[in-house]
Design a protein around this ligand. Structure first.
Ligand SMILES: [Fe+2]
Ligand SMILES: [Fe+2]
Length: 169
């Protein structure tokens, strides 16, 4: 069980480091783009940022928190609806990390760690492994969140990304 003080600290870390990203037109687009179950891509990205920062706190890892937040927020910045029937989306799982990186580099200044987080988050489906500890953390958090988002929809459990997303509106 996560305590309220830690939860509040993590939310503040995400809002501080991700401020420009969270208030960008790209993220406005993600708010209307479904990811897993009824979770939007925006909420999923917030979930991944939250769980990534929580993991580094729990594991007491010395990592670049700002890069973790920004990389996690942008890891699925591919900016299309992968559920629609367009044939170009048949390879979504294999290609979206590269597309997300291209969009993110176009829209935001990114560190090498942030670029690696985005580009390598689909490991092992994309076979090149992450280069940095921060990228492994986000890659792992993404898998946890994808599973939790499906389960949370079935059991009506609230996820942090939904809470933070609503608090920002
Ligand atoms: Fe992804
Ligand atoms: Fe993801």
């Amino acid at each position: 069980m996560i305590n309220h003080s830690l939860a509040h600290d993590i939310e503040q870390i995400i809002i501080t480091h991700g401020f420009d990203i969270l208030h960008s037109p790209g993220m406005d687009y993600e708010k209307n783009q479904r990811q897993h179950s009824d979770i939007s891509c925006f909420e999923h990205s917030l979930n991944v940022a939250y769980v990534s920062v929580w993991l580094t706190a729990k594991l007491r890892l010395k990592t670049d928190t700002r890069s973790i937040v920004r990389g996690a927020l942008l890891h699925d910045y591919f900016l299309y609806d992968w559920h629609d029937s367009d044939d170009r989306h048949n390879w979504h799982g294999f290609v979206h990390a590269e597309i997300a990186l291209q969009n993110a580099v176009r829209d935001f200044p990114l560190s090498d760690i942030e670029k690696d987080i985005i580009q390598r988050h689909m490991f092992p489906l994309n076979i090149t492994p992450p280069k940095y500890t921060e990228s492994f953390i986000v890659c792992f958090a993404d898998k946890i969140c994808a599973g939790m988002e499906v389960v949370s929809a079935l059991f009506l459990i609230s996820m942090p990304g939904i809470r933070i997303g609503r608090a920002m509106q």
